[in-house]
Design a protein around this ligand. Structure first.
Ligand code: NAP
Length: 215
């Protein structure tokens, strides 16, 4: 059993991760600015703003594992990358393992090929900034963290998110930084993404790497 803190634990990805971790007997704390309408039994819900470093620090210090499931849009548009740099610093200082829910565009279509983020011409301009923030975090910031920080950046397939919820199939495929389904981007539902993420946490066999999950 691990003490798992899920930042953004009431969101689309975060709530599925909280549900999966709790069902598997972990002690789960979900942090967000507001409380959920339908809380999951046995989960500790904490209200706080991830831009508040003192609050973040005390939440992280009481954990074994932190999962960051904060979206780089809405309230964190423009600050997501800075907030995550702070999270890496606090997790490293506390000796806590860090798993980040990432985006699909930071993946590559083939080994050694440029990442999808290099060409966003088919992506609506209004989401370019959030895509670039998430990609820069895994391309530039995470590799530059001290070697003592144990991180895993977990990208989903292209079709992932509240607009394409999908169903629980009870399976997933795990890849490295090359997309598991490069031909059309693939899909993954939140429950199956959570299954893969909690498997990664429980196995603890990936360190300082970028991986991806797809059906
Ligand atoms: N296909 C893709 O590549 C794809 C698609 C979707 C998502 N994603 C990735 O998945 C991750 C999570 O996205 P999501 O769609 O699950 O997000 P979401 O549903 O919008 O959830 C965001 C969560 O963060 C919380 N939050 C927002 N601002 C906060 C703050 N300042 N302090 C504390 N909590 C805050 C929200 O609760 P409150 O508002 O109550 O604070 C909520 O719990 C992101 O990294 C995103 O890039 C990738």
């Amino acid at each position: 059993m691990s003490r798992i803190l899920v930042l953004g634990g009431t969101g689309y990805a975060g709530s599925a991760i909280v549900a999966e971790a709790t069902a598997r007997g972990h002690q789960v704390t979900a942090l967000s600015r507001s409380l959920p309408d339908a809380p999951i039994p046995n989960v500790t819900y904490v209200q706080g703003d991830a831009t508040d470093e003192a609050m973040l620090s005390s939440a992280i210090e009481g954990s074994d594992v932190v999962v960051a499931a904060l979206a780089p849009r809405g309230p964190l548009a423009g600050t997501w990358r800075d907030v995550h740099r702070t999270i890496t610093r606090l997790a490293d200082a506390a000796g806590v393992r860090l798993y980040i829910v990432g985006g699909h565009s930071s993946l590559r279509p083939a080994p050694g090929a440029e990442r999808f983020v290099a060409d966003l011409s088919n992506v609506p301009a209004e989401i370019h900034d959030e895509i670039r923030a998430g990609a820069a975090f895994v391309i530039e910031d995470l590799p530059a963290t001290p070697a003592t920080l144990d991180w895993v950046f977990v990208s989903p397939a292209l079709r992932f998110g509240a607009h394409v919820p999908g169903e629980r199939l009870g399976r997933y495929r795990l890849g490295d930084d090359v997309a598991v389904a490069p031909e059309d981007g693939g899909a993954i539902s939140a429950p199956d993404y959570a299954l893969g993420l909690i498997d990664l946490i429980e196995k603890g066999d990936h360190h300082r790497v970028h991986v991806n999950l797809a059906h």
